[in-house]
Design a protein around this ligand. Structure first.
Ligand code: GRG
Length: 305
């Protein structure tokens, strides 16, 4: 089956509706237990749209590995946690001390609405709650998923990537030497790729897949992460600001080390296609069961927002 032959739309719609339902219920529970302004800022940050790519990758990996219905609670919790960690990272990334952005998902950023201190706390709370959700059951896979998420989101993963990104941006603004592709890829592998790879790998772990399949899903997720990031860089040059919910050209204005800035648009597209193809190759052994994963790899690169 070719990637385009899979009806991605209905699959995504069903998975998204399920995730949004879980998130809405969790946010409703925050209203009872969490100081009002903090609960609002947390809900604002996870319920305000977004492509939900990480939970979708996780669900598709679980389905592709024929996860059993008995493990559905585990994969649903991991998918929720991924979206909450992602939400936290966006809230903190938008802060004045980081990227200083006013707009996210077509709306004012969390700190613009709730103030900087509450935005920091909302991010902290989302991160912490995410781990609580993965750990809230007794299935053995949950422990491995906690460790997987910690490694992907933590200092050697997303947080480390953000640190390298800040240092590189500062270096470029200070007219320091231009980075090479190896350096840029190292940043993106951590900053964006680690969580996307954990999403695919985690779906396979929740499904109880073999170590060989789990490793294949990890490779798939890493390549999807790279293709996704290259697409993000290209969209920043030629995407539609309204569709993206943020202003085009932000990377260039901030002196970000992007693929088009380094190698030009054509070469960036070629690198993105290569990464997407490596992702498709990694899941070949899944055969027809990998249809949703194949469609998602293509979407990660060919998307318009
Ligand atoms: C602050 C610890 C910390 C980390 C921030 C993810 C991240 C690390 C920063 C986001 C900066 C950015 C715009 C990166 C480019 C790729 C990316 C992660 C875009 C946002 O993710 P999407 O497109 O967002 O999946 P939606 O809104 O669709 O959920």
């Amino acid at each position: 089956m070719k990637p385009t032959e899979f009806a991605l739309g209905p699959y995504l719609a069903e998975k998204r509706a399920s995730l949004d339902g879980h998130l809405t219920r969790i946010a409703a529970a925050w209203k009872d237990e969490v100081p009002e302004r903090l609960a609002e800022a947390m809900a604002y940050s996870v319920l305000g749209g977004g492509k939900r790519l990480r939970p979708l990758l996780c669900a598709a990996a679980f389905d592709g590995c024929q996860g059993a219905a008995a493990s559905a609670g585990v994969v649903d919790d991991f998918a929720l946690a991924l979206e909450m960690v992602h939400g936290y990272s966006l809230v903190h990334d938008d802060l004045p001390s980081m990227d200083d952005d006013d707009l996210r998902r077509g709306r004012p950023t969390c700190h613009k609405v709730y103030g900087e201190a509450t935005a920091i706390l909302a991010g902290d709370a989302l991160l912490t709650e995410a781990f609580g959700i993965v750990a809230r059951g007794s299935e053995p896979a949950r422990l491995r998923l906690v460790a997987l998420l910690a490694r992907a989101a933590g200092a050697a993963g997303m947080v480390g990537g953000q640190q390298l990104d800040l240092e590189m941006t500062g270096r470029l603004m200070g007219q320091g030497p231009l980075p090479d592709l190896v350096e840029v890829e190292a940043i993106h592998r951590r900053k964006t790729g680690a969580l996307l790879a954990a999403a695919a790998e985690g779906g396979a772990v929740a499904a109880g897949a073999t170590e060989e399949t789990i490793a294949a899903l990890r490779r798939y997720g890493q390549s999807v992460g790279l293709a996704f990031q290259i697409a993000d860089d290209i969209l920043d040059v030629e995407g539609d600001s309204q569709a993206m919910g943020k202003t085009r050209g932000g990377d260039e204005a901030k002196g970000k080390p992007t693929y088009p800035a380094l190698v030009g648009l054509e070469q960036a597209r070629a690198l993105g296609r290569k990464a997407r193809d490596r992702a498709l190759e990694a899941i070949e052994p899944l055969g027809d069961r990998g249809a949703a994963l194949r469609a998602l790899a293509c979407y990660a690169f060919d998307r318009s927002s």
